[in-house]
Write a protein that binds this ligand. Sequence first.
Ligand code: 1GP
Length: 242
Amino acid sequence: MNLFDFFSNQHKNKKKLLGVLLDPDKAPEGEQLKTFILNCEKAGVDIFLAGGSLITKGNLDLLIQSMKQFTKLPVLIFPGDSSQISNEADGILLLSLISGRNPEYLIGQHVASASRLKQSKLQILPTGYLLIDSGTVTTAQYVSNTVPLPSEKPEIAANTALAGELLGMKLIYMDAGSGAKRCITEECIMAVRNTISIPLIVGGGINSIEKANAAWNAGADMVVVGTLFEKQPEAITLFSKR
Ligand code: 1GP
């Protein structure tokens, strides 16, 4: 499957996509991973993501290898840095942290990984990544050493996303950060949606179907959920009807 075409077509058809993020440090293993993945398929999950801002003990390669035993759905790497590249995945969100002003996450990590990416068979999806303030310091904010965009200033988010689109990025990912106490406001999502024409991914702190619906209705093409399912894997069933 061409992942870029997939996102573009689903965007044109206004489909509500659901992505499930597995963090190598926290993902279930063995039979529990199998059960969770099968339940995700039953609930109509579209894509799996794997990665994290900081991996301390997990192994990305092994996680994706295991996931691939149980599903034919695409697995996209959601990398925290240039070490998170695995040929086991189908593609990678090549994130440039355009909400921040840390050159390391705007271009530095990309230079470090460019030849490995070129040699890999991964589909590369250049993605403008916006961290939005969620009230507390998230791991992504701390590790990237960047200031998140103020959530009450949607026009800054909209202009940042537009700059990403004009620079040639194929997707925009708005993230409140993993486990965020406050997810991104509908107003902020709408401002970005009304400004860009490329597909929009929204994540961070989405821990209920109501919050996911709010993000979809505000204009997210894909909602990403991670922490909720790490804590309550059975909650995936609540997402079947959307
Ligand atoms: C984090 O958007 C993802 O980067 C998912 O966030 O873990 O809060 O669901 P949660």
